[in-house]
Design a protein around this ligand. Structure first.
Ligand code: SF4
Length: 324
């Protein structure tokens, strides 16, 4: 990373860039001191916000350029500033026991990873092929930079490898495999890159909770429809449609602009239910902290239509306002 930062510095000097903003996720903020040393002489600002993805980049900030560390670029996201995306790749430490997959009837497998591990996918493919599996790595839509990459809001790397028996997701969290299991309807395993542990995802209790929430939301009269001010999460075009649906159905609906979504802000707003058109993970990961119901876009469309389907669908983001 240090070498890449030095190259960026050189380019910035050639371009006459003076004032820069550095965005780092929580786990990499300890690099601030090193980055400051490398960019000595520049007018620097560091983001103190939680930076969850490149969708969080502060493109309206008053700087000449942005260095965004830890996430890959979202290719179809509109950018207002010269922005350098610097990925932070990690290596797989231990390969899994492939018999676990064989016993579950997985012969053709799809491989996926969160961005930190996408550079390991080809090695992992080779490993499984040596173990006599047929392995696919799919290419996603224009919100994804790398083959096999998943975002918590985009699983389109699965779209052109739908014939697989099972999915394996190389990641250290649970959200990406959970989302893919619901998106694909296939057996999905998370593969821990450190321990090599393969865990089959069981999404039943998650789905039960979301159905219970949708049932309760059927009684809501007045919806606050949240639109993110973050450039890579902003979906005004969807929020307007949902507001129209609410009003047509005899309910209230207002569009609420927000940066960070938290319980305190929601409590003070005069709505009995919220629809979150920003990062779908917020509705899902944070619902237990919210005192009010916060639906995803797909959940809201069912509730406003008055019909909840038998299969649960994740909210996914393909485009945002101004997508190229
Ligand atoms: S919208 Fe959420 S899930 Fe999607 S890239 Fe941004 S932080 Fe990740």
């Amino acid at each position: 990373m240090i070498d890449e930062l030095k190259k960026i510095k050189e380019e910035m000097q050639n371009l006459g860039i003076r004032k820069i903003l550095v965005e780092l996720p929580e786990g990499l903020k300890y690099y601030i001191k090193d980055i400051k040393e490398i960019f000595e002489g520049f007018d620097m600002e560091f983001s103190g916000e939680n930076v969850y993805g490149s969708c969080d980049s502060c493109q309206e900030c008053h700087v000449d350029a942005i260095i965004h560390i830890g996430h890959s670029a979202i290719p179809n996201m509109p950018l207002l500033k010269k922005t350098y995306f610097l990925e932070y790749f990690k290596n797989i430490q231990k390969y899994p026991d492939s018999n676990i997959l064989r016993k579950k009837g997985c012969i053709k497998i799809g491989l996926f990873a969160s961005v930190q591990y996408v550079n390991e996918l080809n090695k992992l493919k080779e490993y499984f092929e040596n173990e006599k599996f047929t392995v696919f790595i799919g290419i996603g839509d224009s919100r994804l930079k790398y083959p096999g990459q998943l975002l918590g809001c985009n699983f389109s790397s699965y779209d052109n490898i739908r014939s697989v028996d099972c999915n394996v997701v190389l990641t250290d969290g649970i959200f990406h495999p959970l989302g893919l299991s619901l998106y694909s309807g296939k057996k999905t395993f998370s593969l821990n890159p450190y321990s090599g542990e393969l865990i089959e995802i069981n999404n039943e209790s998650f789905v039960r909770k979301r159905y219970a929430l949708m049932e309760r939301a059927m009684k809501c009269r007045n919806f606050g429809i949240i639109v993110s001010r973050k450039i890579g999460q902003s979906r005004n075009f969807i929020a307007s449609k949902l507001r129209d649906m609410a009003i047509k159905g005899g309910k209230g609906g207002d569009i609420i602009l927000m940066d960070e979504i938290n319980s305190y802000k929601l409590e003070n707003l005069p709505y009995d239910c919220f629809i979150n058109t920003a990062c779908p993970r917020v509705s899902i990961d944070d619902q237990e902290n919210f005192k009010k119901i916060v639906l995803t876009v797909t959940e809201a469309s069912y509730v406003l239509n008055g019909k909840i389907p038998e299969r649960y669908f994740m909210d996914t983001i393909f485009y945002v306002d101004g997508s190229r």
